[in-house]
Design a protein around this ligand. Structure first.
Ligand code: NAP
Length: 278
């Protein structure tokens, strides 16, 4: 009798040493009593395809993908979900039994689940959303906001052409606002999202004037180091409902874990602690 193979998963990027995913998945494996491992792997761009094509033979059931490989994996994958194709990047791969690689993007799912958990009364159709930043993460945020029914998204980015290109991809519900006018677009917005890296430890501070923020608006920041960014702190002082970015990181990881290891993990204080203690 052959023993059942221990499932392996991991995260691929370069660099990868900073990744919080191993601490999170290892915590879930332990909590759920699953025999499995989750391993960080630093892979060079030129080796990406050959590594991905061979991992399933070593017992891997899938991997997460992070910077700088999130776009390139779409060209390698055999099956790409609609949302990954729309976003133009994948963060979750499933290695199917027939050897095919299935690519998905769960960042938008994580973003929405985090808002639902952190601001239970959040109503995406209550009013316009204002999004700061038009980088890779913004694409997932915008796709998911549209998916849950947001009717108007005001978008400002330092480099205006990047915001214009998102408008071209996502359509007329997006209104592009000049970066210098970003403070004005907060007026009347019921959902406000920072997708820039401003406010992150080691990065510049956010200088966007926040006095137009509406009390009661749901405000979230994708930056989670520090957990409470100056942007979130000011928003809370102005009576907004604030949601930190750590929950997005935790929630985006759940679909992959479920597919690979067969159990749905909990996004709770223990999971947060496992990541924060890393
Ligand atoms: P990215 O593609 O490099 O985009 C960076 C964004 O920040 C762009 O909009 C960029 O504007 C803006 N930016 C950078 N420096 C700026 C400055 N000095 N002034 C004004 N704008 C500036 O990065 P990303 O992948 O979208 O990630 C953005 C942030 O979200 C990062 O902090 C990342 O850690 C975080 N994130 C968090 C989660 C989570 O699970 N919580 C998930 C994904 C990402 P330009 O286009 O003008 O350069």
């Amino acid at each position: 009798m052959t023993e059942k193979r221990i499932p392996l998963a991991g995260v691929i990027g370069n660099p990868i040493e900073h990744s919080k995913s191993p601490a999170l998945h290892t915590h879930w494996l332990k909590t759920l009593g699953i025999r499995g491992h989750y391993i960080p792997m630093r892979i060079e761009r030129e080796d990406l395809e050959s590594v991905l094509r061979s991992l399933h033979k070593a017992g891997f059931v899938g991997v997460n993908v992070t910077i700088p490989h999130k776009e390139l994996v779409l060209e390698i994958a055999d099956i790409v979900t609609d949302r990954a194709a729309l976003i133009g990047a994948a963060n979750t791969l499933i290695f199917r039994k027939d050897g095919k690689i299935h690519a998905d993007n769960t960042d938008g799912f994580g973003f929405i689940e985090n808002l639902r958990q952190g601001a239970p009364g959040w109503n995406p159709v209550a009013g316009p959303a204002a999004v700061l930043g038009a980088g890779g993460a913004a694409r997932a945020v915008i796709a998911s906001l549209l998916e849950v029914g947001v009717q108007e998204i005001r978008l400002a980015n330092r480099t205006r052409s990047r915001a214009e290109s998102l408008r071209a991809d996502f359509g007329s519900k997006i209104t592009v606002v000049d970066w210098v006018q970003a403070g004005n677009m907060l007026d009347g917005a019921t959902t406000v999202v920072n997708t820039t890296s401003l406010g992150m430890v080691g990065k510049k501070e956010m200088r966007v004037p926040l006095d137009a923020l509406m009390s009661g608006a749901v405000v979230t920041d994708l930056v989670y180091t520090p957990l409470i960014t100056p942007f979130l702190k000011t928003a809370a002082e102005m009576g907004c409902i604030t949601v930190d970015g750590m929950g997005m990181l935790l929630h985006q990881a759940t679909p992959g874990f479920k597919r690979w290891f067969g159990a749905r993990p909990s996004v709770d204080d223990a999971a947060r602690k496992a990541v924060l203690d890393q």
